[in-house]
Design a protein around this ligand. Structure first.
Ligand code: BEZ
Ligand code: FE
Length: 299
C-alpha cells in the first residue's frame, strides 16, 4: 500500500517552520555548568542557526565548508596558523583585540598578532643587528618603552619580527636550514630604551598557498598588507602590548587585507644617506631610520 502525505507540509520542513531544532538544541545546552561557557555556546548556537536559516544553507554548502576547514587545519604548524589568518581576514582578530584592551587614549594602540609569532626567539643585546642575514635595505629602529606617566619601563621583553625585502618571514622558509632571521627578543635597561638594526620591511601579500587567500580572492580581492614591524612587549605589572609599526610610505595602508592598521601606528621610516648612523656606526650604503616610543598600560 502506498503512503500518502496528506497535508501540504512536508516532513522535511517541520523542524524549520516550527523553529523546533534550535529550541531543542538551546534547551540542552542551557544545562552547561560553567556560566561563561553556557553564555558563549547559547549565543553561538543562536547565531549559527540564524545564519543557516538566513542564507538557507544547503547540505552541499555545509559539506564544502567543513572540507575547507579540514584543509585549513593542514596549514597549521609551528610558525603558521591558517585559522589565525581567517580570523584576521574576517576582522574578528581586530574586533577582539580592540574590545579586550582597555587603555587611555595616549597609550599605544594594540593590533593583531598575525600567524608568524614564535614563542622562542633568539636573544640579542640592545643595539644589535637582528637581521640574521635577511636581504633588504639596512634599517635602524629605536625608541623607548614608557608607562602612561612617561616613565621608562625597565626589563621589558620586546619580541620583534618582520619580513625581508621579498616580503617573506623566516617561518615561511625552512627554519631548520636557515635558522630564525629578522626576529629577536630584546630586554630594556633602566632607561626603557630599545634599539636594533635590521632590514626595511616591505608590503607583502598574505601566504599564497593556504585556504585563507582562496577565500579572499573569491571575496574582497584584498590580499596585501602594508609594510610593518611586529612587536610584542611584556613587562611585569603591565598589560602585554601586541602591535605593529606601519610604514607611512606604503601604498596599502587603506586596504590592509586583515584590517590591522590604526592611524596612531603609522610612522616614518626615514631614508638616510650613507655615513654616520645615530648609534655612531659608519654606513657604507644608504639606510633608513625609525623612531617610535611605546606607551604601556598598567594592569
Ligand atoms: C602578518 O602580519 O604577519 C600577517 C597577518 C595576517 C595574515 C598574514 C600575515
Ligand atoms: Fe606581518
Amino acid at each position: 500500500m502506498t503512503h500518502h502525505i496528506k497535508s501540504a507540509q512536508t516532513i522535511e520542513n517541520i523542524y524549520d517552520s516550527a523553529d523546533l531544532i534550535t529550541q531543542e538544541v538551546l534547551k540542552r545546552y542551557e544545562g552547561t555548568p560553567d556560566p561563561r561557557l553556557r553564555e558563549l555556546m547559547l549565543s553561538l548556537i543562536k547565531h549559527l542557526h540564524g545564519f543557516a536559516r538566513d542564507v538557507k544553507l544547503t547540505g552541499n554548502e555545509w559539506t564544502f565548508l567543513m572540507g575547507f576547514l579540514e584543509e585549513t587545519g593542514k596549514w597549521c604548524f609551528p610558525g603558521r596558523n591558517e585559522f589565525v589568518i581567517f580570523s584576521d581576514a574576517l576582522g574578528l582578530s581586530m574586533l577582539t583585540v580592540t574590545q579586550d584592551y582597555k587603555r587611555p587614549l595616549h597609550a599605544t594602540e594594540p593590533t593583531l598578532v598575525g600567524p608568524f609569532l614564535l614563542e622562542e626567539a633568539p636573544r640579542f643585546e640592545m643595539g644589535s643587528d637582528i637581521s640574521g642575514g635577511a636581504a633588504g635595505s639596512p634599517m635602524y629602529a629605536r625608541g623607548r618603552i614608557l608607562d602612561t606617566e612617561g616613565k621608562p619601563v625597565a626589563r621589558a621583553l620586546i619580541d620583534v619580527w618582520h619580513s625581508d625585502e621579498r616580503g617573506l618571514y623566516d617561518v615561511q622558509e625552512d627554519l631548520q636550514k636557515t635558522g630564525p632571521w629578522a626576529r629577536a627578543l630584546l630586554t630594556t635597561g633602566a632607561d626603557g630604551g630599545y634599539a636594533f638594526w635590521s632590514v626595511l620591511p616591505v608590503d607583502y601579500p598574505i601566504p599564497q598557498d593556504g585556504t585563507a587567500i582562496r577565500m579572499m580572492r573569491a571575496t574582497t580581492g584584498r590580499t596585501w598588507r602594508p609594510a610593518h614591524l611586529h612587536f610584542r612587549i611584556r613587562a611585569e605589572g603591565f598589560l602585554t602590548l601586541i602591535t605593529h609599526i606601519f610604514d607611512r610610505s606604503s601604498g596599502n595602508l587603506d586596504g590592509d587585507a586583515v584590517f590591522g592598521v590604526r592611524p596612531s601606528l603609522i610612522a616614518d621610516f626615514i631614508p638616510q644617506s650613507l655615513g654616520k648612523a645615530p648609534d655612531g656606526k659608519v654606513m657604507d650604503r644608504d639606510f633608513y631610520t625609525l623612531d617610535y616610543d611605546f606607551v604601556m598600560v598598567r594592569g
